[in-house]
Design a binder for this molecule. Sequence first.
Ligand code: F6R
Length: 260
Amino acid sequence: MAEVIVLETAEDAGAFVAAHIAAAVRTDPEFTLGVATGSTPLPVYEALRAEAEAGTDFTRMAAFALDEYVGLPAGHPESYRSVVDREVTVPLGLDPGRVHVPDGSLDGIATAGERYEEALRAHGGVDLQLLGIGRTGHLGFNEPGSSFGSLTRVKTLTERTREDNARFFDSLDQVPVHCVTQGLGTILRARHLVLLAFGESKAEALAAAVEGPVSASMPGSAIQLHPRVTVVVDPGAASQLQFADYYRWAQDNKPEWQGI
Ligand code: F6R
């Protein structure tokens, strides 16, 4: 079962996860971080910037993004390439040559998944993958029905996800219909998964992912197949967890030598 850590606020969660990443980078400067986009990881990125200001050198860290929209013009501010550059690459001083985002341009889209898998393989995979969860239960953009063995490929976003993400665009029409996303099989290869969720709107999907049946209908439940998963949530997102008391009890009694 995943380790579930309930912290008071998203800021606390961001600082907690960033401190763990910063410590790992101090031990291994070439650490590879799997980056998510959307609102959820932003407190982690903010706290990583604070860690950099406090002296941790992230400049040799590598990064792989989970997904990208298909067909947005190069440089579109809401393309995940732009978001990762803005939130992670530039502020942390990463080498852009070590920051990978799936190629969502229409030209060559048929091979985008394969090329990304090859880049991941050649690099040696991801040490820690940050994950958010969609209200549909998606991880990356693996909407319900995605195979647990799936690799990076083009997927069609659900209308619900497009509506949820319309807040980043001027209108719903502008939200792409397709994306290139790491598959659930790709995500499960990362050596450590850190799933974050904040607010009551995520409570149902989070509880289903952490405690529900393992099913392709709930892509988030794929985390139950991974040997090392840390779930970091606020009380709103934790509000439908059946075993919340046990998770708190386990945290209160956690052996000091154990990391996350
Ligand atoms: C983003 C991603 C998605 C988001 C999810 C939650 O790269 O892959 O799975 O993590 O849609 O989005 P937010 O965080 O905006 O609620």
